[in-house]
Design a protein around this ligand. Structure first.
Ligand code: AMP
Ligand code: MG
Length: 391
C-alpha cells in the first residue's frame, strides 16, 4: 500500500497544465489567471473628491469663513480654472479636484446663499480627497496564477484590461461502470440503483472550473467499456468510477490495458478509497476511482481536485487543511488514513455519524472531512484535528 501523498504524486505526474486562452473580461470570473497582468493606467488618474461639497484652500477652512462659488466640478467634468483665495468650487464625488484647491468641505458643513457659502460646522481635518494613484499606479501587476474572484475582475476592469489570459477549461470525461446503474430520472430495475457518483463529481469539477462530460454508463462487459472509452476523444482527463478493484466484474484495468493504457494500479492506505488506478490512455491521463459513492466523492476531494488545480496551472498542492478542536470525542483510528465525514460548527468539528462509505446522506450532511493519521489514538473533546473544509 502507498500513502495518500505518494498516490497524489503519481497523479501530479500526469497533470500537465492545459493551454492558455484569452477571454473577454466579463467571462473571466472564476477562471485561472495564467500570466501576470499589468495595469494600463493609474487609478484614480487625478486627485478626486470623495464627497459632495465645496473645493477650497485648506488654510482657509475656518468656522464662519465665507467663499464665493466660482464654478462647478462634476464626475467626468473638471472645472477648468485655478482656484483663488476666498473662492470655492461646487464639487461632486469622483470629480477632479480643481487646481489650487486642497480640501473638500462637505456640503453638510456649509450653508449657501446664491453664490456665497459660509462654513457653519467645523469641517475637521479630513481633506476628503483621494490622491492620484491611491488605488494603484500604471504598471502594477496582478499576480498569477490565481482564481479570479469577483473583486479581481473589478480590479482588472479598473486596470483597463478587456482581454484576460486564462487557462483553458479542462474537459473531464466521467464514466460510471456497472450493470446495476441507471441515470437519475430513469426507472431502475428491481436490482438496480441510480448512478450518483458521476453527478456529484461533475458538480465538483464544474466548481473547480473544468468542463465535465458525463458519458453513458459502461456496462460490465468488455465491449461496453471499450465503446464508452471510445467516446472520450477531446478529453483532457478521463475518470472512471467503479470496476477498478479485482472482482470478477471489475473490468476497467483489463480493458484499458487492452486499449494500450500504460497504467499503474495502487492500493492507497486511506479510508474510504483504497483502490486507485492511474495512467495514460492514448496520451490522455486517466484515473480510476472506487465505486462506493462516498469513496468516489472523498477521492474527488483528495485526488481529483488537486489534480485539476494542477492542470489549471495552480501548482501541485494537497487539499488545504485547518486545525480545529473536537466538539465530540473520537475513537482510535485503524492502520489507514481516515477521511471522516464531519460537521464544522461554531469553530469546532465533530464526526457526522456513521462512516460507512456508501452513505451519501451522511456526506450531504457533512461540511468537512476530519483527517485521522494511521493508528491515531482516541482523541478527547477539545483536541485539535486536521480538517478539510468541503466547498
Ligand atoms: P465497484 O467498484 O464497481 O465494485 O462498485 C462498488 C460499489 O459502488 C457498488 O455497490 C456499486 O453499486 C457502487 N457504485 C459503483 N459506481 C457507482 C456510481 N456511479 N454511482 C453510485 N454507486 C456506484
Ligand atoms: Mg461495479
Amino acid at each position: 500500500m502507498i500513502t495518500v501523498a505518494q498516490a497524489l504524486d503519481h497523479l501530479f505526474a500526469l497533470a500537465d497544465p492545459v493551454a492558455v486562452e484569452t477571454v473577454p473580461l466579463r467571462a473571466a470570473g472564476g477562471r485561472i489567471l495564467a500570466e501576470p497582468v499589468t495595469a494600463r493606467r493609474t487609478q484614480p488618474p487625478f486627485a478626486a473628491s470623495s464627497m459632495d461639497g465645496y473645493a477650497i484652500k485648506g488654510v482657509e477652512a475656518d468656522l464662519h469663513a465665507q467663499f464665493k462659488v466660482v464654478g462647478e466640478a462634476a464626475a467626468g467634468h473638471r472645472w477648468q480654472g485655478t482656484l483663488g483665495a476666498g473662492q470655492a468650487v461646487r464639487i461632486f464625488t469622483g470629480a477632479p479636484v480643481p487646481e489650487g484647491a486642497d480640501k473638500i468641505v462637505i456640503q453638510e458643513d456649509v450653508t449657501r446663499s446664491g453664490d456665497l457659502i459660509t462654513i457653519t460646522d467645523d469641517p475637521g481635518p479630513k481633506d476628503n480627497i483621494r490622491p492620484a494613484g491611491v488605488d494603484f499606479a500604471e504598471g502594477m501587476e496582478l499576480e498569477a496564477p490565481r482564481r479570479l474572484s469577483p473583486g479581481d475582475v473589478a480590479l482588472l476592469a479598473a486596470m483597463n484590461i478587456a482581454e484576460v489570459p486564462v487557462r483553458r477549461k479542462p474537459v473531464v470525461a466521467l464514466i460510471s461502470t456497472g450493470d446495476e446503474l441507471v441515470v437519475p430520472g430513469e426507472t431502475p430495475g428491481p436490482d438496480q440503483i441510480i448512478a450518483s457518483n458521476t453527478f456529484g463529481l461533475s458538480a465538483m469539477l464544474e466548481q473547480l472550473g473544468a468542463v465535465p462530460r458525463i458519458l453513458p454508463i459502461a456496462r460490465d462487459t468488455e465491449a461496453s467499456l471499450r465503446t464508452v472509452l471510445g467516446l472520450t476523444e477531446g478529453a483532457d482527463l478521463i475518470v472512471t468510477i467503479g470496476g477498478a478493484s479485482v472482482g470478477d466484474h471489475d473490468l476497467v484495468a483489463g480493458v484499458a490495458a487492452g486499449l494500450g493504457m500504460e497504467q499503474a494500479f495502487y492500493k492507497v492506505a486511506m479510508r474510504p478509497g483504497k483502490p486507485l488506478m492511474a495512467g495514460r490512455l492514448n496520451g490522455v491521463p486517466m484515473v480510476g476511482l472506487p465505486g462506493n459513492p462516498v469513496s468516489a466523492m472523498v477521492c474527488g476531494t483528495v485526488f481529483l481536485t488537486p489534480m485539476l488545480n494542477a492542470m489549471l496551472g495552480l501548482g501541485q498542492r494537497t487539499a488545504p487543511r485547518v486545525s480545529l478542536p473536537l466538539s465530540a470525542p473520537l475513537d482510535a483510528n485503524g492502520p489507514r488514513e481516515h477521511y471522516m465525514r464531519a460537521i464544522v460548527e461554531a469553530g469546532n468539528v465533530r464526526d457526522a455519524g456513521l462512516q460507512d462509505s456508501s452513505l451519501l446522506s451522511v456526506l450531504a450532511r457533512a461540511n468537512a472531512l476530519i483527517v485521522r493519521p494511521p493508528n491515531d489514538p482516541p482523541r478527547p473533546v477539545g483536541a485539535p484535528v486536521d480538517t478539510i473544509l468541503l466547498g
